[in-house]
Design a protein around this ligand. Sequence first.
Ligand code: NAP
Length: 283
Amino acid sequence: MVDLVNTFVCGWPIEHSRSPIIHNYWIKRYGLRGKYEKLPVSPDDLTEFINCLPEGIYLGGNVTIPHKEKAYELIENLDPVAKKLGAVNTIWVSNQKIYGANTDGYGFLANLDQGVPDWDNENRKFQPVVILGAGGAARAIVDAAQSRGFSNIKIVNRTLSRAENLAIFFGEGVSAHCWEELPNLMEATGLIVNTTSLGMAGNHPLDIDLNILTKDCLVSDIVYVPLQTKFLQQAAERGLKTVDGLGMLLHQAVPGFEKWYGVKPEVSDELRALVISDLKETK
Ligand code: NAP
């Protein structure tokens, strides 16, 4: 019988993925056997790749862009979040069956919990949350915010129809807005999150006037290349609390590692520094 110890991340392209740094660090840190590998799997090959996992050589792995939605279609046994969001980022094999989960929302919440422990206090729950963007990450984050009791969520997106689709999907308490409405929405918000790709290296920065925000507003960006986006810089200059996007990437990896290797790994300063040094090298 093959001794399964290895895991993977599959995507197309996959070269940019930092997941191997994270999981291989934990494998070493906890003295485990195994290797976490980067696998380039094209959209044409994904069905065969996933269907063959039960007979294959992996304990499980991660699925990244552009495969998260297709993986959802292919996997029968899904956790409630993946089922609801229609996207899978974590897979494991058990008794010849394939299981799928979505841990992006978990990563988002755990990052805020670590960075600002009281971030989801009752005062903030009464204030509207502003989510910039209406893509896959926004979907996971709206769901995560709702799961913590936030019931007034404003989705602001360049393409209004995408924000409207998300608002319909989540129903009561979630509304769609165009970019021009942002100043008004910002006046009352207690949490604003950038989930657009604006600010990412190679893209235009997210450049909005943050003077309208109140002094207690928490500002978060899920872009992590660069770590300190212009959006976060401007917020910090105003004295606002900020949380960068790297922690979400690190924390979303925790549930998968725990499933595969049976150890709940720690998101430590040492791991964070390791990934930051890799981001600097490859910038
Ligand atoms: P996506 O589904 O492609 O959505 C992209 C979003 O960005 C859409 O709302 C899009 O608006 C908006 N956008 C793109 N270019 C824009 C521009 N020039 N002006 C205004 N809006 C613009 O992508 P995603 O999967 O949600 O990911 C979004 C970002 O989050 C990426 O940078 C990704 O790297 C990051 N991310 C980080 C983590 C983490 O762990 N930290 C996890 C997931 C994603 P339209 O609808 O108008 O096109």
